[in-house]
Design a binder for this molecule. Structure first.
Ligand code: EPZ
Length: 430
């Protein structure tokens, strides 16, 4: 099993390029099969989750060609099966986007129910509520969701809570329903907008994405398109916090600064200087960082996917910080691992109280999910001594060449797969 070994203490410095947004790419790959014509998608992140979803759409019969590392060509005309294999949903929950895509196109989809994951139970009742509202039947049969419709008819749908997945899944199915659909209390994340823009480039008629009311006029069919995915604001934010935690100076390139506003505001609040350019941001952190309070909220609030990263940074800020997680019920599992590095954090319900310490010390820790793993790497980069992060398969789900990009910023980090390689690293870094 691969792991990262890190020697902390180097302030990160230099420039790093951000890849395409994983959470936009997953939905866009599902939506790409909704036409029988060819779709070319650029700026696709080369990460485990997107590669698994590409396998899933090939498995049901779509033709997928990789033109280069970040460009894929998809043609859904040869799909013969509307039932997605369990192995894919087990690997990535977002396979459930194939429900909306297949239901929209074929009026029939069968996808195994996604389990919970390490950050919460993550039900998909709102997705299913939307499909029913569009006139589809939805049954749970032998662990799979089976949804069918004679025809899909537009509807006025009120989501009970803001849900990125439900907003996107319903938007896909409604694109090929007859008549008008309105989604109220819709998620406003940049990747929701990206999926809407992609569907519109295929001939869909979607208005209002990015606001909490999305209006869709169904069309008969969708056509070919070429599309480039937006940069990943969570990858960008992760590198911004890595710069802050190591007291470094990093230019994060290929970003949309507007998508990073909540993150930038918090970094400035804790004492970093953040300079914004057209498609990049520079984070400079010298000297002590200050405490802050942060509560995760749906976009444009502070992102839940950036919660572990700010906590790892606040672990060595001066004073007592409070981090409140309002989206998921179990997203503080990484705190126990940070405590083993000397962090002083108490979790009470959905709140973490962080008393800043002088410094963290390296330890052997393990990642419980994608963003927790990234936070433990950030902690290791800022700690004194050697940190080993196990279970990095989680990190590889959403970060393209994470250790390569960090090394280009001066980090002492390597991906290793056995004790011998860890010893070699220790000897090399001294
Ligand atoms: C997406 O998950 C992202 N994943 C998550 O990123 C992200 O944390 C989340 O949005 C919030 O921004 C992808 O895009 C693949 P939700 P999603 O539906 O769509 C509850 C990462 O690290 N809910 O907005 O599953 C749910 O339990 C991942 O990249 C229901 O109760 O999130 C949660 O508490 C982690 N019923 C809240 O709503 C539903 O039908 C928000 O979930 C749907 C959601």
């Amino acid at each position: 099993m691969e792991r990262y070994v890190i020697k902390g203490g180097n302030p990160l410095a230099g420039e790093v390029e951000i890849a395409g947004a994983k959470n936009a790419a997953l939905a866009i790959l599902a939506a790409a099969i909704m036409t029988d014509e060819t779709v070319v998608i650029e700026n696709m992140p080369d990460v485990r989750d997107t590669n698994v979803l590409l396998e899933a759409i090939q498995e049901i019969g779509a033709v997928v060609e990789r033109l280069d590392r970040s460009t894929v060509r998809v043609n859904g005309s040869t799909i013969t099966d509307v039932s997605v294999d369990y192995e894919f949903i087990k690997k990535i929950r977002a396979s459930y986007y194939l429900l909306g895509a297949l239901l929209g196109k074929y009026k029939h989809a069968e996808v195994p129910l996604p389990g919970g994951c390490n950050i919460g139970s993550r039900p998909i009742d709102q997705h299913l509520k939307g499909f029913r509202a569009l006139g589809a039947s939805v049954e749970i049969r032998h662990g799979a969701i089976v949804t069918k419709a004679e025809r899909l008819k537009g509807s006025h749908i009120f989501l009970d809570m803001v849900s990125v997945g439900a907003t996107i899944n319903i938007m896909m199915a409604a694109s090929l329903a007859s008549g008008r659909t309105i989604i109220e209390n819709a998620a406003r994340e940049p990747h929701v907008v990206d999926v809407a823009n992609f569907l519109n480039s295929m001939g869909a008629n979607i208005k209002g994405a990015g606001t909490d009311v999305i209006r869709i006029r169904g069309v008969e069919k969708l056509h070919k398109a070429e599309y480039s995915i937006i940069p990943d604001q969570i990858e960008a934010g992760t590198f911004m916090f890595a710069a802050a935690a190591t007291r470094g100076d990093v230019l994060v390139k290929n970003v949309i600064p507007k998508h990073l506003e909540a993150t930038t505001a918090k970094l400035e609040e804790i004492g970093c200087e953040v300079m914004e350019f057209d498609d990049s941001v520079r984070v400079i952190a010298s000297g002590d960082l200050r405490r802050t309070h942060v509560k995760t909220l749906p976009y444009p609030g502070y992102p839940t996917d950036m919660q572990p990263q700010i906590a790892a940074t606040l672990a060595t800020a001066k004073g007592t910080s409070i981090v409140t997680e309002s989206i998921f019920e179990n997203r503080f599992k990484y705190v126990d691992e940070l405590s083993r590095m000397g962090a002083n954090i108490k979790v009470q319900g959905n709140t973490a109280i962080i008393d800043g310490v002088e410094k963290l010390t390296g330890a052997r820790v393990s990642a419980s999910d994608l963003r927790a793993g990234a936070a433990l790497v950030i902690a290791g980069l800022s700690a004194e001594g050697i940190t080993i992060v196990d279970d990095i398969v989680y990190i590889q789900r959403g970060y393209e060449e994470f250790e390569v990009k960090l090394r280009s910023l001066g980090a002492e980090i390597e991906k290793v797969s056995n004790e011998k390689e860890i010893q070699k690293f220790r000897l090399r870094v001294g």
